[in-house]
Design a protein around this ligand. Structure first.
Ligand SMILES: Nc1nc2c(ncn2[C@@H]2O[C@H](COP(=O)(O)OP(=O)(O)OP(=O)(O)O)[C@@H](O)[C@H]2O)c(=O)[nH]1
Ligand SMILES: [Mg+2]
Length: 247
């Protein structure tokens, strides 16, 4: 199994080195890390180039960078990374996660186990099952996340606890059939729901989401930003419920 972890980045110079090194140093973790950077105005790309010099050999690429000069957006960045990982590098499994170290890189091997054993097609890191938690967000953001997940469970099925996780691993069978759609984190609700409708087996494993300690959040920190984003999540659930979209 060749496992590639895709990291979407925008101005993550303070986090990128530690995250990439932790991912590569995990036993039974990623074979390769692919960074999809959307023209960051800080030193993210430069740091990735230095990491590739350190880790890559002529016959073994462990760190790769793709830069998008004109496009921006979390969902399209992850999808672009999935395409490069599967088509250019032949990955059998792709994982993706935020680059702010809120999703622990040491949990990636647990995420991979059900896929490697053939017990799942998709594994979702979950904050809302036993053993998981969200220590990264305050009361307001946690409550909003619980409302959105409750709404998704009500309309799309309560077999999944964390529809908005964003910490995901999937095999190429799934990724060849389904493309990520959406703008920001709501893509995850859409992806999980369509995966279930296509009969793919999803397993959740617990993870503890920890606060970003370096760099700035791209989501925003005030109630207005949360409500604007939250509206998209709510409407995504509603559309999936009404239109019963599968592929
Ligand atoms: N390539 C790319 N990455 C992005 C873009 N926007 C955000 N990201 C990355 O997406 C990940 C999630 O962004 P965060 O700022 O942590 O936002 P969040 O996790 O939704 O919100 P917080 O709860 O505040 O952490 C990080 O790795 C960002 O660098 C974008 O437009 N393009
Ligand atoms: Mg984050």
């Amino acid at each position: 199994m060749f496992v590639c972890t895709v990291l979407p980045t925008y101005n993550e110079e303070a986090n990128i080195e530690l995250l990439v090194e932790s991912l590569l140093n995990n036993q039974q973790g990623s074979n390769m890390v692919l960074i999809v950077d959307d023209n960051s105005c800080d030193a993210t790309a430069e740091k990735v180039r230095n990491l590739s010099i350190k880790y890559n050999r002529y016959d073994k690429i462990q760190v790769a960078l793709v830069q998008r000069r004109n496009d921006r957006g979390l969902t399209t960045a992850i999808q672009y990374g999935i395409d490069v990982a599967t088509k250019r590098y032949g990955a059998n499994i792709v994982t993706w996660m935020d680059c702010d170290l809120s999703m622990p890189p040491e949990d990636v091997p647990q995420l991979l186990t059900p896929l490697v054993e053939g017990a799942a097609d998709i594994v979702v890191g979950s904050r809302w099952i036993s053993g998981g938690a969200d220590l990264a967000h305050g009361f307001m953001a946690r409550t909003l996340s619980k409302i959105i997940n409750g709404w998704a469970q009500l309309l799309l099925g309560n077999d999944i606890s964390d529809y908005t996780s964003g910490f995901v691993a999937a095999n190429t069978k799934v990724l060849k059939t389904l493309r990520l759609q959406g703008d920001y984190g709501e893509y995850c609700i859409d992806f999980i729901c369509r995966s279930k409708r296509n009969g793919y087996k999803i397993v959740e494993i617990p993870y503890v989401c920890v606060p970003r300690t370096k760099g700035e959040s791209k989501t925003g920190l005030n109630l207005y930003d949360y409500l604007i984003r939250g509206r998209k999540y709510i409407s995504t659930v509603w559309k999936l419920f009404i239109y019963k979209q599968s592929v």
